[in-house]
Design a protein around this ligand. Structure first.
Ligand code: ADP
Ligand code: MG
Length: 649
């Protein structure tokens, strides 16, 4: 039988290797930028078209290549960066595998121009799918230019696998930012479809970080500096009050290489202990230098993990130095998250004059009549905290109580009528159990059990329909037992439906701001906001389009406050990590969900009786009151039988 094993032809091997090195346009960007850095360029220009799908070009002013090297660089395992295995332990370059160019050339149309300083003429090579198409001598400036066109043109399956331009662009942006942040001493510029995204002159770390992030970043940064035998740490962390909702601005660089490390991230978070609001994320830009022989860099080309010899020592040093910086810049004492919101005066009390308490006795009240007007009056009256009631309505309401004339209640703040579905939960409550607390508080006095169990304050409160427990749930008795409403989820549902209705059916009202808000975002974030503007405008936002480098908000939806604007937009950006939905329906849905998430009352907020009532009524007026917009239950019911069972145990 004849032998069957064959060596794969180079172009097939390269295509297979390309699968590992090149996942998307951003991978090409990374490889080409890193090659330019390794070539000691001081000026690097990145040009892309269609998020890199049709063109990725990197032009550098580095050392260039000889004719021979220009040809050889496309061969597999062709590298000038290491010669023997030991070199791996003293690595000073980004690349060393000699795979990137061979892989990229296997799956794209590629053009290279390169010239070394001392040479008169340079080399111009065209290669497509690993095949050399042409090689010419050309007049060129010093340095190298690689243009990669039509990525995956010969692997349709991979090309179809690429995400939308928005998503691919963000990946490119990420790679560009990582390389540009790692090398502030290099001038970087970046163009997408002809427009300039960045132009970053050579600078120090701080200036580079500010250049990449946004104008407002500078005041948020606190420097970190530490020099020990095993590590040198430089860089910046952000003041805790500027912590964000998402983890977008967290960067570690080890020996000028961007890396991800859950372990080191943990060290940073430990340094912020007690300074951050729940779940918020500090931005950080930390540059670590360690002896090359103490790390294992021999990692997968597309991965960004790294292994350190002495991780736990690095952890301790990093944590201590950040803690020290945060302390030194006195950022800790301004924070006080533990303030009890119960101590806050409910807002509607603040503007009300303090009056002399008056006691009201309804002389005409007869507990043995089943006049609904009486009951309604009692409930509304005892529940009302309206300051005007006692002074203005004493005479008219009493005389009117028997007749049930509606005009006699003009002194009340208007009671919101419960909606049908909510009301139905109460149906029968009053009539079937006339002695219950809710329906007739006046029968209390004769009931020894209750009066001995509760002090007067609690009896007074017993006229409430709702109770808040643990600043988290609202409990309310219903005919069959009780319901427990999750305040945050319920409010999310209400807001979500409101926003969605405004966006799809109504023209949402907008409040004009006296002084437009200037908000600063990174270029990639601005691009996302730009795409969402039409949908955001349907919620009531008004933007001033004359500025493109930052966001100018001149009008906001009526149901949000000025101070909530940046919160809403940050939450939205963080919810768009997976890209902007393609159609306007799901864009609206995402925005409505995101705004509901950022604006809903949170667990831990104290709600007044009126607010509790509005929340429960609002929930049951919703189309879909049972679940939050995030598919979590908004309330549960507990039947009396269930409670009985528990007591029977
Ligand atoms: P690696 O970077 O791992 O060595 P690459 O395939 O990325 O492998 O590049 C192969 C070789 O081509 C490099 O080692 C380098 O000698 C040369 N090269 C690539 N890009 C450039 C550039 N922009 N300027 C000068 N030489 C380059
Ligand atoms: Mg390389």
């Amino acid at each position: 039988m004849s032998s069957i094993i064959q060596l794969l032809p180079d172009h097939v091997a390269n295509q297979i290797a390309a699968g590992e090195v090149v996942q998307r346009p951003a991978s090409v960007v990374k490889e080409l930028l890193e090659n330019a850095v390794d070539a000691k360029a001081t000026d690097i220009k990145l040009i892309i078209k269609d998020a890199g799908k049709s063109l990725v070009q990197v032009i550098d002013n580095g050392v260039g290549m000889t004719v021979t090297d220009a040809r050889l660089c496309f061969a597999r395992h062709a590298t000038s960066k290491i010669r023997q295995a030991e070199d791996l332990f003293s690595l000073g370059t980004k690349g060393f595998r000699g795979e990137a160019l061979a892989s990229i050339a296997a799956i794209a149309h590629m053009e290279m121009k390169t010239k070394q300083e001392q040479d008169e003429l340079g080399t111009h090579i065209v290669i497509e799918g690993s095949k050399f198409v042409s090689q010419e001598v050309a007049v060129l400036p010093k340095g190298t230019s690689f243009a990669v066109k039509n990525l995956f043109y010969n692997i349709p399956a991979r090309r179809n696998f690429l995400k939308s331009d928005t998503v691919e662009f963000r990946h490119v942006m990420d790679e560009f930012q990582r390389v540009a942040l790692a090398h502030p001493n290099i001038h970087f510029s970046f163009y997408h479809n002809g427009s300039e995204m960045y132009n970053l002159p050579a600078a120090g770390y701080r200036q580079r970080i500010v250049g990449i992030m946004s104008g407002k970043t500078n005041e948020k940064l606190v420097p970190v500096n530490e020099d020990t035998d095993i590590i040198n740490i430089q860089g910046f962390v952000c003041k805790p009050e500027f912590a964000k909702k998402n983890r977008g601005e967290q960067f570690f660089f080890v020996n000028d290489r961007f890396i991800k490390s859950g372990y080191l991230h943990h060290a940073v978070m430990a340094a912020y202990e007690g300074l951050l609001k729940d779940g918020s994320q500090p931005s950080y830009f930390l540059y670590l230098q360690v002896p090359p022989n103490t790390i294992d860099i021999n990692i997968h080309p597309t991965k960004t993990e790294i292994k350190f010899d002495d991780e736990s020592a690095l952890y301790a040093i990093l944590r201590a130095s950040i803690k020290h910086s945060l302390g030194q810049f006195n950022v800790a004492p301004v924070l006080d998250f533990d303030r009890d919101s119960n101590l806050d005066t409910p807002y509607h009390y603040k503007d009300v004059e303090v009056g002399i308490p008056t006691i009201q006795v309804d002389g005409t009240f007869n507990p043995f009549t089943d006049d609904k007007t009486n009951q309604h009056y009692t409930k509304a009256g005892s529940g009302s905290r309206s300051g005007s009631y006692s002074s203005s309505s004493s005479s008219s309401s009493y005389s009117g109580s028997g007749s049930g004339s509606s005009s006699s209640y003009s002194g009340y703040s208007k009671r919101v009528e419960p909606t049908a579905s909510w009301e139905s939960l109460y149906v029968g409550l009053d009539t079937e159990n006339p002695e219950t607390i809710e329906s007739s508080p006046f029968t209390f006095e004769n009931e020894e059990v209750t009066s001995s169990l509760f002090n007067d304050d609690e009896v007074e409160q017993a006229t409430q329909k709702t109770y808040q427990i643990h600043k988290k749930y609202i409990v309310s008795p219903i005919k069959s037992g009780m319901i427990i409403v999750d305040q945050q989820r319920a409010h999310q549902r209400i807001l979500y439906e409101q926003f969605l209705l405004n966006m799809t059916v109504n023209q949402a009202a907008s409040q004009q701001l006296l002084f437009p808000l200037d908000l600063f975002y990174s270029a990639s974030e601005m691009k996302q906001i730009e795409e969402l503007k039409p949908s955001l405008e349907t919620t009531g936002f008004v933007f001033d389009d004359s500025k493109t480098e930052h966001l100018v908000v001149s009008g906001i939806p009526v149901n949000i406050t000025e101070s909530e604007v940046s919160l809403v937009i940050e939450q939205l950006l963080s919810d768009l990590q997976d890209g902007i939905p393609a159609n306007s329906y799901s864009q609206n849905d995402t925005i409505a969900k995101s705004m509901a998430k950022s604006l809903a009352v949170k667990t831990g907020s104290y709600l007044t009786e009126k607010e509790q009532d509005n929340l429960v009524n609002g929930l049951f007026a919703c189309k879909d009151p049972n679940i939050s917009p995030f598919q979590k239950p908004t309330f549960i019911t507990m039947r009396v039988e269930d409670i009985d069972k528990k007591f029977a145990l």
